[in-house]
Design a protein around this ligand. Structure first.
Ligand SMILES: Cc1cc2nc3c(=O)[nH]c(=O)nc-3n(C[C@H](O)[C@H](O)[C@H](O)COP(=O)(O)OP(=O)(O)OC[C@H]3O[C@@H](n4cnc5c(N)ncnc54)[C@H](O)[C@@H]3O)c2cc1C
Length: 587
């Protein structure tokens, strides 16, 4: 069967904040850009971001980029790459003002400047009082950001391929990336999209866990495609559990609630964070707060009949503040927890929220893998940005509101680097004859499979296994069993069956293809977690409770082909300032 091919200067898979910020840069430079998205662009998960975007504007408290950098390095538990962190924090204010000038409707202070609120892990001076660094549009910052970027892209004539799913990466014999195969969901047609630059901006993969704040589309597709094409995945053991997902539902209650003055209580009405983070209490970083909640539940001080959640109290903020600053939160609490936070506390539990690991890149968004020249050789033609990438600015733990910043700073930087690289190589490389073979084989297998298990069933087994064996606290025996179980589930995935074989908008087929990607993400996570014998950031091991910089101040790389782990050094040297050496992390 002849397969349709289309050519572009650049292809971006993903139309969230990261993909759209990069697309804008490229379209405005006059390049022919295709942006693919499984959903309408403004439904990407960025739209759900509530709390804000970090930038040291200093509108409320004194602040500067160097303090922001220090907080981010400390928050990362020293696993973040300090060159990338310096780059991000130095450009933070600039990109936020740029968004303001694009028309993003930030909330305002009395004096007309952008409104900022405190968030976890933000200190004002090295180790000192809390800074107020998160720029916000009520509790709908991501919504404001994504719509602003979409409108700008429409204006710049970016070409969107809406409800198109990227399936596999195309590489030639030298390993250069030449584009992707993709499925038009409406018709079921598969095409080859060829490009001189391919950028993955496919977002997170939180859906590999059972309790998750992530959208259903967050299935780690970019990571799956990369892993299948021989690209290693970096630091996949590090998953952020957000302390306050609505109990039993998973929907997020933003840290902005605690930023505005809300706090956590156990069944005795005690502000238990006093014991875990005596200085900043509820605004310690997320790994610390999530562990505290888990400890309270384990030690029998949880609330409710099953003593399995805690309470988030905010009624003392008053109805006016709640209605003005946290209207979305109030709505979520009323709809999903059946409480009105103006009067009653919200039941919450730690819930998977963010993937710190991903496709390894440098701070220009170029994908880097170990090769003859060292651990970070650029893969020609391949870029990644946003939550699917591991730059790594978040290291072992991301600070709240640093992700929206990450996607805008590195979205723009990657766009700029692609423009430079395309000037150097103006011609398309030749596609290999077998460019679409792997994709077509995967689809053919699904079309012909008989007597297989159904996708939902195996997917459920995967999510349950991740939740149970790789949660907030990790145990050696559980991880070992987890690896065995995930291997078994991966095997089951190779023979899942879809009953509906039709072409038009076949969501069953799409879910099966997503499961292939979730499998890669889950395997990488479990195997990397078993490998790291220390506790750092979000990775808390019962048998190795301390951070061990002598042995483990290094990034993990997981190779799907032979399920092998390798490691590479952390970039401790910033661009211009002195390095922040690892030290004990207290809040
Ligand atoms: C509920 C919630 C609240 C949050 N709040 C904040 C906050 O206040 N501040 C903050 O800094 N961070 C926050 N975060 C994190 C932050 O929002 C995300 O990390 C960030 O928005 C990710 O942006 P992205 O562009 O990388 O990906 P996304 O916005 O997730 O976009 C991914 C895109 O990729 C597309 N895609 C995926 N796979 C494919 C495929 N195979 N083919 C085609 N397209 C594909 C999707 O359709 C989508 O367009 C929050 C996260 C959640 C879940």
């Amino acid at each position: 069967m002849a397969i349709t091919k289309r050519k572009f200067d650049a292809i971006i898979v993903g139309a969230g904040g990261a993909g759209m910020r990069a697309a804008l840069q490229l379209s405005e430079a006059g390049l022919k850009v295709a942006v693919l998205s499984k959903v309408f662009p403004t439904r990407s998960h960025t739209v759900a971001a509530q709390g804000g975007i970090a930038a040291p504007l200093g509108n409320v408290t004194e602040d500067n980029w160097h303090w922001h950098m220090y907080d981010t390095v400390k928050g990362s538990d020293y696993l973040g790459d300090q060159d990338a962190i310096e780059f991000m924090c130095r450009h933070a204010s600039e990109v936020v003002y740029e968004l303001e000038h694009f028309g993003m409707p930030f909330d305002r202070l009395e004096n007309g400047k952008i409104y900022q609120r405190p968030f976890g892990g933000q200190s004002q001076n090295f180790g000192g009082a809390q800074a107020t660094r998160s720029c916000a549009a009520a509790d709908r910052t991501g919504h404001a950001l994504l719509h602003t970027l979409y409108q700008r892209n429409v204006n710049a004539n970016t070409q969107f391929f809406i409800e198109w799913m990227g399936l596999d990466l195309i590489r030639n014999e030298q390993g250069d990336v030449l584009g992707v195969t993709a499925l038009e969901m409406e018709t079921g047609e598969v095409m080859i999209l060829q490009a001189r630059a391919t950028l993955f901006a496919t977002g997170g993969g939180g859906r590999i866990f059972q309790a998750s704040t992530n959208a259903f589309i967050n299935t780690g597709d970019g990571l799956g495609m990369s892993a299948r094409a021989g690209i290693p995945l970096e630091d996949m053991e590090f998953w952020q559990f957000h302390p306050t997902g609505v109990h039993g539902v998973g929907v997020l209650i933003s840290e902005a609630v605690r930023g505005e003055g809300g706090y956590l209580l156990n069944k005795n009405g005690e502000r238990f964070m006093e014991r875990y983070a005596p200085h900043v209490m509820d605004l310690a970083s997320r790994d610390v707060v999530s562990r505290a909640l888990t400890m309270e539940i384990r030690e029998g001080r949880g609330c409710g009949e099953d003593a399995d959640h805690l309470l988030l109290k905010l009624d003392h903020l008053g109805a006016d503040v709640i209605k003005a600053r946290l209207p979305g939160i109030r709505e979520i609490a009323m709809k999903f927890a059946h409480v009105d936070p103006i009067y009653d506390p919200i039941p919450v539990t730690p819930t998977v929220h963010y993937m710190m690991g991903g496709i390894p890149t440098n701070f220009h968004g170029q994908v880097v893998i170990p090769y003859k020249t060292g651990p970070e050789e650029v893969v020609s033609g391949f870029y990644a940005v946003g939550e699917c990438a591991c730059v790594s600015v978040h290291g072992a733990n991301r600070l709240g509101t640093n992700s929206l910043l990450d996607i805008v700073v590195f979205g723009r930087a990657t766009g700029n680097r692609i423009i430079e690289e395309l000037r150097k190589s103006p011609h398309h490389k030749q596609l290999p004859a077998d460019a679409a073979d792997k994709t077509l084989a995967r689809l053919a297998r699904l079309n012909h499979q008989k007597d297989g298990e159904n996708v939902a069933q195996v997917g459920e087994a995967l999510r349950k296994t991740m939740q149970m064996y790789c949660g907030v606290f990790r145990f050696a025996d559980m991880l070992a069993q987890g690896v065995t179980k995930i291997n078994e589930i991966a095997e089951r995935i190779t023979s899942v069956e879809i009953k509906d074989k039709s072409q038009v908008f076949n969501t069953a087929r799409i879910e099966a293809l997503e499961l292939d990607n979730m499998k890669e993400v889950a395997m990488a996570t479990m195997i990397s977690a078993e490998g790291r014998c220390e506790s750092r950031g979000a990775h808390a091991r019962n048998d190795f409770p301390q951070r061990d910089d002598n042995k483990w101040l290094k990034h993990t790389l997981y190779f799907s082909e032979d399920k092998r782990l390798d490691y590479k050094p952390v970039r401790l040297k910033p661009l211009t300032v002195e390095s922040f050496p690892p030290k004990a992390r207290t809040y």
